[in-house]
Design a protein around this ligand. Sequence first.
Ligand code: PAF
Length: 305
Amino acid sequence: MLTCSTVDDLRDHRRRLPGPVALVPTMGALHAGHLALIDAARRHAGPAGSVVVSLFVNPTQFGPNEDLSRYPRPFDQDLAACRKAGVDLLFAPATETIYAPDHSTTVRETGLSRGLCGASRPGHFDGVCTIVLKLFNLVQPDLVVFGHKDYQQLAVIRRLVRDLNVPVEVLGIDTVREPDGLALSSRNAYLDPGQRRQAPALRRALVAARDRFLTQPAPPCGHAAAGLLQLATDLIRRHAPDAAIEYLELVDRDTLQPQTRADRSSVLLGAIRLGQTRLIDNLELAATADPAAPANLPSPVHEAV
Ligand code: PAF
């Protein structure tokens, strides 16, 4: 595996990489969710193609009171994980390499990024769009792979690619979960044992609301969003009494606009805080219910989203 940290080295290596080139952008602290992205990148690039992983904790997507300084940075472990996963090129730049001290250009998506996480994390998606476009320009991948766990991020990046005519194919990959349903996230490491026990409540609540939509007969005008969201709220309060609910919303999966009535285009999204740790998750209502799973237990490890 080649590794580099400067733009010149990256460009030099990139010129020699056999295509198609698939990029997996990460902030490091790699877990099985990232490995699934790398695996998908490898499969889509094919045996003759190349997989590039970027590892960069992007400061511009963190708010002033967020966890930038304590975000985990286990570089040696990440390096070993990439090597083991068969990554061809690892790009791990320093902050100064990516952002000139007087940088003054930002990429802003102004539609899909306004609500949900964008409402509670002002500026977050500007930071994401800016770094992602920079990575596209630096790596010039044919394909880029993101996880469905960051549902809004994936939608915003697809919009960026469409609106700015970026010549890259965007692939979204299913969320990878712990056996109790908790979505894998680098931030799960912050949870203390009591918080960890409560953390799957978000997933459990979304599954219960989705299952009510799929299995209970709807009134003639369809399931009201308010009823499904109340069910999810009650379950989070019951199973995670220490959690603060940042948002729970039912939105259209293409526009991310709130819906008052649920239909098969709807997606449930939620964010909760357990102590200082912010957890997000989502579930498309059209995703198939697991017939073996009781209504308010987590679905299988890989859901079909
Ligand atoms: O999803 C992430 O890890 C980050 O938001 C990303 C896409 C790597 C940009 O920093």
